[in-house]
Every structure is written in structure tokens, then in C-alpha cells.
Design a protein around this ligand. Sequence first.
Ligand SMILES: Nc1ncnc2c1ncn2[C@@H]1O[C@H](COP(=O)(O)OP(=O)(O)OP(=O)(O)O)[C@@H](O)[C@H]1O
Length: 658
Amino acid sequence: METNSSLYGLNSQAEIDSPWDARLLFERSPAGVYLAQEGRLCYANPAMGDLLGRNSETITDESLLSFIHPDDRDTIQQNWNQTPGHGESIRFLTRMVRTDGSVASVEVMESRLDDELFLNECCGPVRVGVMIDVTDAREADIEIQERLSFEQLLANLSAGFVNLPCDQVHSRINTSLEALVQFLGNDRSTLVEFGDDDEQVMVSHSYAVPGCDPFEIGPFQVAKLPWFINQFRSGHLVFVRCIPEDLPPDAENERVHCQQQGVISNVTIPLKAGGELLGGLTFAFMKRRCEWPREIVSRLEVIGGVFANALLRYRNDQLLQKTISENQRLRHQLEQDNLYLREQAVLKHRHGRIVGHSDAITKVLANVERVATTDAPVLLTGETGTGKELLAQTIHDLSDRKNRPMVVVNCASLPATLIESELFGRAAGAYTGAASAAVGRFELADGSTLFLDEIGEFPMELQAKLLRVLQDGRFERLGTAKTLSVDVRIIAATNRNLEEAIQKNLFRSDLFYRLNVFPIHVPPLRDRRDDIPPLTWAFVEAFGQRMGKQIKSIPRRTMQQLQDHDWPGNIRELSNTIERAMILTVGDNLQVDMLTTSQNSTNRQRTLKEVERDQILFVLEKTGWRIRGKGAAAERLDIKPTTLEARMAKHGIKRPTQ
Ligand SMILES: Nc1ncnc2c1ncn2[C@@H]1O[C@H](COP(=O)(O)OP(=O)(O)OP(=O)(O)O)[C@@H](O)[C@H]1O
């Protein structure tokens, strides 16, 4: 069949008559020229044949679209559908697939020819096109574009780390790894950090494309990949293009590992910052070999530097935080120590009468100091002789009320009948024998402190009246209706268990709660044996001055015995023992007869006589040497007052001079 091109008289060399003949121009044109009608080539010049890798004479009648890259066909088809009118041209870039499968980028200029010449000879308009191979320029273009986008990506990633808060460094590295992998087309990127341990490194970040597993985050034994880790641990870039071929013979573990993981190429750049080698950043390939040119690797070294700096900043920040919190801890400790020292110093100076440095008494004194400056009621509890009254006095002395004397009422030493008038005062003739009016202790204590010792012995029938004064400072003198108002701070003390007294209906619970606003328990001497030596020396000094006697030493054994003793009568008993010892001591070495103490530390069985004497002494001291009356010694010992007096005489017990 005669081709359309021959119809146009364009395909025969014989028909070229003059160098100016149009056909000659087409045949010699360095650009590909073609004619196509209804999508089929009807003429292609030799340059066009070269472009497509075919003999130009053999391609006429073939579909032009079949030479176009499949991905570009839709676009070209749309171009053709919009081909302009006669004489107008369109221009576009596309790719042609050569016979050998290689792809050429081409630039095409095409026009539609509606000349009668063509219309007459064929059934439709003809498209004439000129095609130029722009593959080289195009590839250079694409490379420039890719390089630009890569530079842009690196610039964006780097910018993301500027002024980044340290707590976001790790998450930013994660997202950056993902962006890099997606751009560069490798399959997994992992960041490995070096620590103090030579035996292991830390896998801190890993991203893998879907279908590949990321590296497990956590410590990784160097022994598993010794060649590989040692390479980048010595600061080298590791570029293994073909695995296993390019691995050295001693990289056996790496060979096995890569085989198991399906890694066929690997690039690892060392991470350096501030002159320190922090770790490495690996790019693993599982589906294709890495063909990265040197420039890409150099750019990755730059981004590696950005990661390394961020990590260094993070590490330094961690160190700083640790240092700051350590500093804070030390400062706090120092403050506490200062506080403690200050408390100690203050206690030494301001509680001069109180001897002792045990933890137990220190705590008590700290509470005393805390509460002293307030007006809160204080309830001092503790065994007899532990120093409750001394502490009450100390509280008063430390308070704003110190300029007025503290008023003391021993609730156990006053008969119940007298307590009311003692406390609240009386009008003349208030009761039989009350010839004159008397001011009560509450009135006396106005603007000062009232110390209610042995509050547990306070008569039940008067507790409501006491509670009222405590609540609103108001009361009436006995025998008058006039309400008096006072400003009194109350400190109460007891060696009784008030909760038990409440249970037995001997003490009102509302009064207890009112008094118990700030309870301070004073521990017995046996629970603060460390205080015994300083107390002993304090008493030696005090009695020495009074007696004009100077004691220079106390035998170590004696002091040990004093410390071993349980002191049921507490500091009062210790004080009495030392007083006795001072009287009996001849010379300047204190002699203490422990047999005279209430209970000695040796296991010697005491005689009945000794027990009786001690018990009488103990109860007398406890009751303030009150023999008669409710709660007094005779009642507590369950003997008649006269019997008690007889026994006291028998044992030579005499009330000490005040
Ligand atoms: N820490 C101390 N330092 C020096 N002397 C103390 C100390 N504690 C108590 N004393 C002395 O011990 C004796 C008994 O103390 P105080 O009368 O205060 O005890 P108390 O607990 O009130 O006894 P009671 O319950 O029998 O009334 C007093 O002479 C007191 O000065």
C-alpha cells in the first residue's frame, strides 16, 4: 500500500530536485519532523527515526501515541484534543520510549494543517510536529530540582532545631528521620548513641517505611555488630554499597545480621558535635542498592551535625537540670541545717533553764518555740517530774506576756471546795469563812498566762465554768452576779491519761478538746538517756553553788549507772539523787549511792522497807507533798493521813524546804 507520506511526495530521495526543496530540508533537519493523521504517523524524517531508535521509513502508519511514555499518554491525548486551529501551534514536553526501552525527554511543537492540499488528499487534518531531544537538559533540570528540594528539606529540618525546647529534641529527631527516609527513598534510618559503657550502644531513634521493621529502641550489644559499630565509633563514614560483597572478611556478624534483616546497602554517618563523637546515623536499604552520589552523603553529614548538636544540647540540659536539682536539694538541706542550727542556737540561748540535747527534748523545745508566740492553749502531758512546769514557764517567757508573771494553780493540791474561789475569786461573805473579797487567779493572770497543773484532778462540777472562761474569757466571782472579762492564756499539764478520764466520766470531753489545741508530750527521762550527763552536771553545778562545794569529776561508772537507771520519778528524781550525792560526797569526785534511788539498775532485790519508803516519797512528790484531802497522798496510798505521817516519820521523810 502506498503510504500517505508518499502521497505528499516527501519520502523519496529521488524526488529532491533542489537544495531548497522542502523535502530536502526535512530529510536533513537535525530535529525530528513528523506528520500524523488520525493519530498515526504518515511521515517521519531520519532524525525522528534516530530519536525513536528506529528506521524512519519503517515507522509510518504506526500510532504516534505508542511511542510516548505510558505515564504521559493521557496528558498528550488531552493536548491533542485541544489542538488549535489551522496555523496555530502547541508546544509541550513529553517522554518517548525508544525501541531499546530507553526513555528520551523531548520537546514537541505541533501544528494542525487544514490546507486544501492535505484535505483533498486525505480524510482529515494533518498534524505536523517538530521534536527535539532534550534528555540531557531535562535530566540536569531534574537533578537541579531534586537538589533544590533536598537543600530545602535540609534547611527546613535544620531550622526546626533552632531554639527548639530540649524536651522536644527527641520527637523532632523522629519526625526528621521520617522526612529524610521519605525523601531519600531508603528503607530505614536509625540513630545510635554512644554512652559510658563500651560494651553497648543505645538505639535511640528508628524509622522504617511500611513493610520494614524499625530497629528496636534500647541498649544494643556492640558484640552483635562489632566491625560496623567500631567503624563509626572511630569517627568514620561507613558506606557499604553492596552487601555482602563489600563487607570485609572480619564482618561476619554484620553479614549474618544484614542477611537476616534483608539489608543490601548501608550508609552510616558519624554524629559529631562540640568535638565529641556522640553516635551514628544509619541509612539502610532493603529494596534497592544505594546509589547516592558523594554530595548527598556530604549533605547528610550536615544534617547529622544538626542532630548531634541538638542531642548535645539535650544532654547538657539534662546535666544542667540534674545539677540544678542537686543544687536545690543541697540548698534545701543547707537551709534545713541552718534552721536546725539556728533552732539549736536559739534553744541554747532562749531555753537556758532547760538542759538537754537529745532528739526528744529538741523536738519538744521546737514545739514550745513554735507555740509560744501564739495565744493558743497548750496541753503538756508526761510523767511526773519530766519538766512540764518548767516548759510551761518557758512558753510564757517566750511569749508576749512575759512581762507579767505566770500564775500557777496546782489543781491537785487545792481542795475542791477552795478551787472555785481560788480560780474565780469571791465576794465578801460568799461562803462561810470568806470574810473578805478575794481576787481569783484568773483575774491575777489577766494579760498573762495561767498554768493549770494537774488539770486531770480538776473537779468535774467546776469543769463547765472553766470551759466557759476558756471559751470567752468571762466568769463571775463566787457570790456575785457581775460578769468579769479577762485575757488569759492557758497552759495545762497532766500526767493522767485524760482520754481514759473522759471514758470514766471524770473529765469533760469538750474541756479536753478546748485544752488540747496544741498538745506537747514530754518524754520520760528513760527515753532520752542522752540528757542524763548534761542534766547531772547542771545539777552538780547548781547544788555546788548553793552548797559552796566544787565537784570536778564524776566516775565514768557512776555516770553509766545514772544513764542505765530508769528514773520513774524522772528529772525530779535525778535532781534529788544528785542533791543527796552532793551532800554525801567528800572531795571533788561525785559519789552517787544508787541504792537510794527509787529502783536501781543492778538487779538487787529491794527490801519491803525500801519499796515502801520509795513509794511514799514518790506519791508525796507527785501530789506536791499534800497529805490530806481529795487526790492527796494519803488517799492515793489508800491509808489514813495520820498513818502516812507516822510512816513518813519512821522513814525519816521530810518535806523539802521550798
Ligand atoms: N530539761 C530540764 N532541765 C533542767 N531541769 C529540769 C528539766 N526538766 C525538769 N527539770 C527540773 O526537774 C524538776 C521537775 O520538773 P517539773 O516540776 O517541771 O516537772 P513536772 O513534769 O511538772 O512534774 P509534775 O508532773 O510532778 O508536776 C524541776 O526542778 C525542774 O526544774
